[in-house]
Structures are given as structure tokens and as C-alpha cells.
Ligand binder design. Structure first.
Ligand SMILES: Nc1nc2c(c(=O)[nH]1)N[C@H]1C(S)=C(S)[C@@H](COP(=O)(O)OP(=O)(O)OC[C@H]3O[C@@H](n4cnc5c(=O)[nH]c(N)nc54)[C@H](O)[C@@H]3O)O[C@H]1N2
Ligand SMILES: Nc1nc2c(c(=O)[nH]1)N[C@H]1C(S)=C(S)[C@@H](COP(=O)(O)OP(=O)(O)OC[C@H]3O[C@@H](n4cnc5c(=O)[nH]c(N)nc54)[C@H](O)[C@@H]3O)O[C@H]1N2
Ligand SMILES: [Mo]
Length: 825
């Protein structure tokens, strides 16, 4: 139903705006359109005809499904699929992803490593010479090193966690394939958690009994129909919904459009007046960075003292409110968490907080929270407190009310379809002696400090002694905090293998690089709609592999051959046989729920996608409705079966940095900490508008957002004026951990005292391999700190750091972030 609201409009706008999107001219068609496709579409209503006149080859990405227009074997343009209500401009970058000048053209090895063996001159990583090697040699070298380490030191010497967003595709899923290989080869050290929700997913398991952050949400139609007030708490869905883990259905963007059209009142709480707040005509409350816990406490105190809280709800559905009440009233610590107290910390007027609390209690209110507020030191607290606040309001489990922690991500709240689900190639089972995983964001600490003992969620972990790191599908030299610290830790292992299409900073810091294909050079499949599970998209090969690139599956298969595990790795199947078996499995699930699908060959040849139906009852699904209806019959997965405002489990861990009750725990760095004297500005690292993290930093769309050819820094004019900085100036941003060059954009859309530099700019050190040297492209993680959110979750704190900025007075240095190393050309 929501589809009607914006489908036509937004799609048309994109087509007009992006003239470059559509290539005209003669087309090479791999697929015969007419006969097969039309026949199948007519016979099978779930089979979606692309358009009356199909033009291109259907494929899909994290930013959307599209038809690639291919001429004479070259991809020259793209067309979004008809079902996409809000196509993402990023799809137009597909040809430049393929033909990027900084693709890795052949396997290469670092000279000292190749000549003197593993562990040689590790301090040269990032500036050593490169030597071209053959695929045969590369595969043998990598296999030999895996074999050597498995035999001499065992699986705890190999870190193959390989965190990252790779590309879509259920078969060439490089991380799953790497884990599959390593499990067959004897095991490996993996990771737990993720960089997205490190703190929230651990705390939520204690509070509501599931990770919550990835659960289905009360549906968008239900929110649009029922919510009278929406709070965007550090939440920018208009931007973050552009991309998804699977292929996006962009339903949330449709939902936002419907909210805007209805005129539902929205309050945005964010140091930045973000794009979603603008689109929804929101009231903007701009708190100081990292002070959300205090803000929430101020709201909660108002609800309590004005008797606006729902005591019957708290009695029936939660535990520990009595302790929380005492904390709000200052009984244990003598500090009353009043709106005035909160205002001192967060910088929002006490009266504004009080009025907001009253409005929230008086209206059907949906709190939509993003994840930047928990990607912080003590990041466990804000989400725990938001659940507590929502419980006090008492609308959890009611239509359009309560809280939702994934409306901004992959279209959480997109109604769930009925059909089949592609399961993808599996990582297989870890062998019995496999070492335990490490919390993902502790990797640099682990590499640097073997044997160190660390607390994590009630357990004591001991860091293994890692000798080999294998990266496929991730970019730690952008994603990990405190890049200069990583640079040092990265020198410890004997061998680092990076499997990548491009010369990213991570590839430049490897010993062996293995060039892999992009998803446009191979055949694959993926689901569309992470939450709706509504679509199955074929990802047809559009062009032949570029240079000497090989598919991820083929690379790992070749290593499996060398290690003597080929049969278990491939199960005797090639690419197309795997795709058929994944499809057949999905097809039989669909059949079990009464949805017939065509055989694989027809599906594949027709160049069409599948669109499953959404049952009427799923359109208006409400999260926690069953719990609310009967908490005894439908308890939460917590020890008490209720929402745990107080957690006995956490209290028993006796951590001094995460108690059994949520509260304001000042972070290591903020405007109130000692560092702020020298580094008065607070960093915001919001996810980039026109990229997925570091992906596409090397694409021409960059011209749209780069300032003076560097990552942009958003500065309030007041802060800029005080430092003599003007729009377009080169700016050096720095603290004790690092320094980066960025380009100034002045805007009063950001609170004074806060600056934004988006994550994902490729690291480009002026002096490679020297910790602390200037990053000339603006990789923000040179400035962040690398410690865990707390002993409970050990989440990353990427969204937090104090810094100073100054106008860059020297001549602009070159930016070589997207250049190929001189010896690798
Ligand atoms: N300061 C700060 N840091 C952050 C964040 C933040 O907010 N602030 N956000 C964090 C979050 S939430 C995340 S999820 C991470 C993201 O961190 P990453 O997931 O590491 O980021 P990506 O840029 O998506 O990196 C994916 C890499 O895989 C490569 N790749 C793409 N397709 C393929 C393929 O088919 N095969 C292979 N082998 N490689 C492929 C790409 O070229 C790219 O280099 O960053 C985290 N870091
Ligand atoms: N376009 C695009 N979309 C993406 C991604 C991408 O790279 N690009 N990445 C995807 C991934 S992997 C993830 S994990 C999600 C990330 O989703 P989120 O983590 O929710 O995204 P962020 O942009 O990091 O932060 C969201 C908002 O939080 C605000 N914020 C930051 N600090 C504070 C604070 O201290 N207080 C308050 N109140 N607000 C604060 C920011 O200003 C921003 O508007 O996005 C996904 N979608
Ligand atoms: Mo993420």
C-alpha cells in the first residue's frame, strides 16, 4: 500500500537527474528476452517481468538491483529495476567499479616476504616493493603458509575472522568461503559481534533477551498509520537506508515519504540536523555529542516526578524499576537526574526536555534510534536507557508505539513476505579444537598482545598468538579505530594475505595480494529485502573478469586443492551447480508454504526476479505485541522473562564500567573530560551519504562530496570563524593519536563544538609505515581510540573522539589514496 505514495515520483526524478545512468545505443544481449521470459512471467505470477522491453542483464548490489547495459562486452550503463521505490544513485557507479584504474591486476607479493620468507622486515609493510607472481605461485605460497602454521602452531595462530561488507551474493560470499576453507584446514580464530552494533547487541540480550538491533520491527505501514509522534534518536534513515546487507527493497524510504506526506510530528535528537530530519520537517534538538544517556535520564526523571509513567506496565512487564526510580531520585549517589541536571550535560534546555517528556507520554510515540549513539565508550547505556524510557511510557507492543532500533537499517519494519529463503554457502562446522572467537573490534589489541587476559560479557578471554591474518571482503585500514595503533599491531604477524579487487590501504599493507573479481564478473544470487525477504535476485555475470582477477570461490577452491580438502570444499559442484542447489533449496521451502516456482534453468534464463507475496497479517505486524498480550505465555529471553531495567546477571559480573542498572557513565573523551582542554571539538563519524563505508571512495561520485579532493569536514561557522577557516579550505584535524587532511564545509546544520568527518575515506599516509604521519585523504579512524565500550560488550568506540582543527598552511600535498603502489604498476 505504501508503494503508491512515492514509487512513481522518486523513480522518475532519478531517471531525469541521472542522465548518465541510462546508456543508449545497441545492446549485446546475453538473454533472449522474448520467448522464455515472457512465457515464464505469464505462467508464474511471482515472476516479475522487468519491463516490457528488457534491455540489460539483471544483477544486484548492496545499493540496489539493476539491469546492466552491456555493449561489446563492456558495461556502459545501468537501469534500476521497476520494483525499487527509491533507486540509489550508487548503482550508476557499477561501470567505474569494474574499470577502476586501481584494480589489482595480478597476484603480487611483498619483496622481503617473498625473498626472505614469512615474518621478514614486517616494518616495511606499506612501503616495501611489490613483485608480480603467477596465480600458481600465489596459491602455493598461501597454501604452504596455512599448512605450516596449522602443523606447527595450530588453528589459534591464524586470524581469518575477516570482518567486512564485501559484495552481495550468496555463493561468492568471501567471508563464508574463507571460514569454510579454514574449518576444513584445521580451524581458525574468528570473531564475535560486529562494528555496527558491538555495544547494543550485547546489552540488549540482557535487557530484552535478543540482540534486538536486527529483529523485525513494528511494520512501516503500522507506524505510518498509528504513530502520533516519531523520535529520531541519532537516526538518519534517509541516508543509511540507501544500502542494505542483502539487496535493499528500500521500503523504509517509502515509509519515510509516507510519514512526511502525512505530516506526523517528528523530533530529531542529533548534533546534526540530518537529512532525515529535514525531509520530515522535524523539530531539531541538538545535544552535545555523546551525552544521550544524560538526556534520556532527564526525560525519565520528568516522567517520574510528574507521574506520567505507566506504573502498571512497569509492574507487569519489567524488573528493577524500583532501583531505577531510586537512581533517578539520587538516592544512591546524591545526584538527582532532573531535567536541569541533564541540561547541564547535554546542553538542551531543561524546559525543552520536560516538554518533550510530556509529549512523549501523551501521544502514541515511536522512538527510532540509530546506532551511532552506541558506537561509543559506555555505548551500552543509551540503548538500555531508551528501552527503559519506552517502558516508562508504556507503549511497547502497541501499534505505532514503543522503540525500534533498526528502522534506519536495511529497512527494518519492511513487512515480511511468505516464500523461500536463500541460505547461501555455509562456513561448515568448526573442528573440535577450534579456538574461541575474539570480540571483533579487539583485533589490534589481540595482534599486539598475545597472552593478554580480557573480560568479555562475564567471561575471561586470553588473546591467541596470531601469526597469519587473512582478509577477504573487509577493509580494516578504514574500519578499525586508531589506525596508527593498528599499523603497529599489523607488524606483528608473519604473514598477511588480502584478497581484494582494489589497491585499498589494507591491500597495500599486505604480504600477498590476491585480485578477485567484482560481483559483475561472476554469477551469483541474493535475497532482496533483509527484513521482508521479498525478492530473489539473480546476479548474472555482466562481463568477463578484468585483468587476472579470479572469483572468490575459485581462489578458495584452488587453495583447498593444495590443502587436500577440495572435495569437501566444493562438494563436487561448480559455480552454476552451486547456484542451482541454493535455488532448489529455496524453491522447496517456498513450495512448503504453497508458493510454486519455476525450475532453476528457467529462472536463470529468463533474466527475471522473484517477488514473493506479503500476507495481509504481516502488513500490520507489531513488535512485542505477543509479549504484551501474554507475558507468561510469550516471555522474553531474559532470566526473568521480562524487560530487565535491572540485570542481576550483569550486576554479578561486578564490572566497574557497566553496572546492573543503566545510567550516565561519563565516557573516556567528551567535552567534559580533561582532553577537551587541548582538543575542544567532539568528533562525529556518521556513515557516508554517497558510499558504503570505504566502498566507492575510488568512484567518480566522489567529485560530488570531496572538498579540495579530501574527505569533507562539517564545521559550524562559529567554530570555523574562531580558527580562520572558510568553506573549501584544507584543514588539518588532529589529536594525540593522529592527524588527517580534510576539506572544510561550513554549515549551521551542526552544533557548535561538534565536527563531522564520515567514516570510510581510504587511508593515505604521507610517510607510509610511519605511525602518526599525516593521512592526506582524511581517514577519520586516525583520530579515534581503540578501547572497548566496556568489559561487558567490548564494542568499538568509532563514533567518539576529542580533536582540534586548524587551517592547513602548507601547499596541498598529493592525494595518493587511490593510486597503485609505484612498484605494482
Ligand atoms: N570511526 C568509525 N569507524 C567505523 C564506523 C563508524 O561509524 N565510525 N562504522 C563501522 C561499521 S558499522 C562498519 S560495518 C565497518 C565497515 O567496514 P568494512 O565492511 O570493512 O568496509 P567496506 O568499505 O565495506 O569494505 C569492504 C571491502 O571488501 C572489498 N570487496 C567488495 N566486494 C568484494 C568481493 O566480492 N570479494 C572480496 N574479496 N572483497 C570484496 C571492497 O573493495 C572493500 O575493500 O566500519 C566500521 N568503522
Ligand atoms: N549511505 C550509507 N548507508 C549505510 C552505510 C553507509 O556506509 N552508507 N552503512 C550501513 C551500516 S554497516 C550501518 S552499521 C548503518 C549505520 O547506521 P547508524 O550507526 O545509525 O549511522 P550513523 O550515520 O553512524 O549515525 C546515525 C546518526 O547518529 C548521529 N549521532 C552520532 N553521534 C551521536 C550522539 O552522540 N548523539 C546523538 N543523539 N546522535 C549522534 C549522527 O549524527 C547520525 O545522524 O548504516 C548502514 N547504511
Ligand atoms: Mo555496520
Amino acid at each position: 500500500m505504501m508503494k503508491n505514495s512515492s514509487t512513481g515520483l522518486s523513480r522518475r526524478r532519478l531517471l531525469q537527474a541521472g542522465g548518465a545512468l541510462i546508456a543508449v545505443g545497441t545492446l549485446d544481449l546475453l538473454y533472449s528476452k522474448s520467448a522464455v521470459a515472457v512465457a515464464v512471467s505469464e505462467a508464474m505470477p511471482l515472476f516479475t517481468a522487468l519491463r516490457p522491453a528488457r534491455k540489460g542483464i539483471l544483477t544486484a548490489t548492496h545499493w540496489g538491483a539493476f539491469e546492466a547495459v552491456v555493449e561489446n562486452g563492456r558495461m556502459v550503463g545501468v537501469q534500476p529495476v521497476a520494483d525499487d521505490p527509491a533507486p540509489n544513485e550508487l548503482i550508476s557507479m557499477a561501470p567505474s567499479q569494474l574499470y577502476a584504474q586501481n584494480r589489482i591486476t595480478s597476484p603480487m607479493a611483498r619483496k622481503s616476504w617473498l625473498e626472505q620468507g614469512p615474518g621478514s622486515s614486517n616494518e616495511l609493510r606499506g612501503r616495501d616493493e611489490w613483485v608480480k607472481i603467477s596465480w600458481d605461485e600465489a596459491i602455493k605460497l598461501v597454501s604452504k603458509e596455512i599448512g605450516r602454521l596449522q602443523q606447527s602452531l595450530g588453528p589459534s595462530s591464524i586470524y581469518a575472522g575477516s570482518y567486512g561488507w564485501k559484495s552481495t551474493g550468496m555463493l561468492h560470499n568471501c567471508r563464508a568461503l574463507l571460514h569454510r576453507l579454514m574449518n576444513l584446514a584445521g580451524g581458525f580464530v574468528g570473531y564475535s559481534g560486529d562494528y555496527s552494533t558491538g555495544a547494543a547487541q550485547v546489552i540488549m540480550s540482557h535487557v530484552v533477551g535478543s540482540m534486538e538491533v536486527y529483529e523485525q520491527q513494528t511494520t512501516w505501514p503500522n507506524v505510518v498509520d498509528n504513530a502520533e509522534l516519531v523520535i529520531l534518536w541519532g537516526c538518519n534513515p534517509l541516508i543509511t537506508l540507501k544500502n542494505s546487507w542483502n539487496v535493499p527493497d528500500h521500503v523504509g524510504l517509502d515509509g519515510l515519504a509516507a510519514l512526511a506526506q502525512k505530516g506526523t510530528p517528528v523530533v530529531a535528537i542529533d548534533p546534526i540536523f540530518n537529512a532525515s530530519a529535514k525531509k520530515l520537517n522535524a523539530e531539531w534538538l541538538a545535544p552535545n555529542a555523546y551525552t544521550d544517556s544524560a538526556t534520556i535520564l532527564g526525560l525519565a526523571h520528568t516522567l517520574l516526578t510528574e507521574d506520567l509513567h505507566d506504573q502498571p506496565f512497569l509492574d507487569r512487564y519489567t524488573t528493577g524499576f524500583d532501583k531505577f526510580r531510586a537512581y533517578l531520585l539520587g538516592e544512591p549517589d546524591g545526584i538527582v537526574k532532573s531535567a536541569e541536571w541533564a541540561s547541564e550535560i547535554c546542553g538542551v534546555e531543561a524546559n525543552t526536555l520536560r516538554q518533550l517528556a510530556r509529549r512523549m507520554a501523551g501521544k502514541r510515540t515511536m522512538i527510532m534510534a540509530g546506532w551511532g549513539i552506541q558506537r561509543q565508550h559506555r555505548g551500552e547505556q543509551p540503548h538500555w536507557l531508551l528501552v527503559t524510557l519506552a517502558a516508562m511510557i508504556g507503549q511497547i507492543g502497541l501499534p505505532g508505539g514503543g522503540f525500534g532500533f533498526s528502522y534506519h537499517y536495511s529497512s527494518g519494519g519492511s513487512p515480511t513476505a511468505r516464500g523461500g529463503i536463500l541460505s547461501g554457502i555455509s562456513a561448515g562446522d568448526p573442528p573440535k579444537n577450534s579456538p574461541p572467537p575474539i570480540p571483533v573490534a579487539r583485533i589490534a589489541d589481540c595482534l599486539a598482545n598475545p597472552g593478554k587476559r580480557v573480560q568479555f560479557n562475564g567471561k575471561t578471554l586470553t588473546w591467541p598468538d596470531i601469526k597469519m591474518v587473512y582478509v577477504a571482503g573487509g577493509n580494516p585500514f578504514h574500519h578499525h579505530q586508531d589506525t596508527n595503533n593498528l599499523l603497529k599491531a599489523w607488524q606483528r604477524p608473519d604473514t598477511i594475505v588480502v584478497q581484494e579487487p582494489y589497491w585499498t590501504a589494507t591491500a597495500k599493507h599486505a604480504d600477498i595480494v590476491l585480485p578477485c573479481t567484482t560481483s559483475f564478473e561472476r554469477n551469483d544470487m541474493d535475497m532482496g529485502g533483509d527484513y521482508s525477504q521479498r525478492y530473489v535476485f539473480p546476479m548474472h555475470q555482466c562481463v568477463t573478469p578484468q585483468h587476472e582477477a579470479r572469483d572468490d570461490f575459485a581462489i578458495f577452491r584452488d587453495i583447498a586443492v593444495q590443502l587436500g580438502v577440495e572435495q569437501s570444499f566444493t562438494e563436487g559442484k561448480n559455480e552454476m551447480q552451486w547456484l542451482k542447489s541454493l535455488y532448489d533449496d529455496m524453491k522447496s521451502q517456498a513450495r512448503n508454504v504453497g508458493i510454486p516456482l519455476p525450475p532453476f534453468d528457467l529462472f536463470w534464463q529468463s533474466n527475471n526476479y522473484i517477488r514473493f507475496p506479503i500476507p495481509q497479517e504481516n502488513q500490520q505486524w507489531v513488535r512485542f505485541a505477543d509479549f504484551r498480550a501474554d507475558p507468561l505465555l510469550n516471555p522474553l529471553g531474559t532470566p526473568s522473562g521480562k524487560i530487565e531495567i535491572f540485570s542481576q546477571t550483569i550486576a554479578r559480573m561486578q564490572y566497574d564500567d557497566c553496572a546492573g542498572l543503566p545510567g550516565w557513565v561519563p565516557p573516556k573523551e567528551w567535552r567534559g573530560s580533561p582532553e577537551a582542554k587541548r582538543f575542544p571539538l567532539s568528533l562525529n563519524t556518521a556513515h557516508p551519504v554517497n558510499r558504503l563505508h570505504s566502498q566507492l571512495d575510488n568512484a567518480p561520485l566522489r567529485e560530488k562530496y570531496a572538498v579540495s579532493n579530501r574527505e569533507a569536514i562539517l564545521i559550524n561557522p562559529e567554530d570555523a570563524r574562531a580558527r580562520g577557516i572558510e568553506s573549501g579550505d584544507l584543514v588539518r584535524a588532529f589529536n594525540d593519536r593522529g592527524q588527517i587532511l580534510v576539506g572544510a564545509t561550513l554549515s549551521s546544520d551542526i552544533r557548535p563544538g561538534v565536527v563531522r568527518i564520515s567514516e570510510g575515506a581510504w587511508y593515505d599516509p604521507a610517510e607510509p609505515a610511519r605511525p602518526g604521519s599525516l593521512c592526506r585523504n582524511g581517514n577519520v579512524n586516525c583520530l579515534t581510540f581503540d578501547i572497548g565500550s566496556s568489559q561487558l560488550a567490548q564494542g568499538n568506540c568509532g563514533h567518539m573522539a576529542q580533536l582540534e582543527i586548524e587551517k592547513y598552511q602548507h601547499e596541498a600535498p598529493p592525494n595518493t589514496a587511490h593510486a597503485i603502489p609505484a612498484t605494482a604498476v
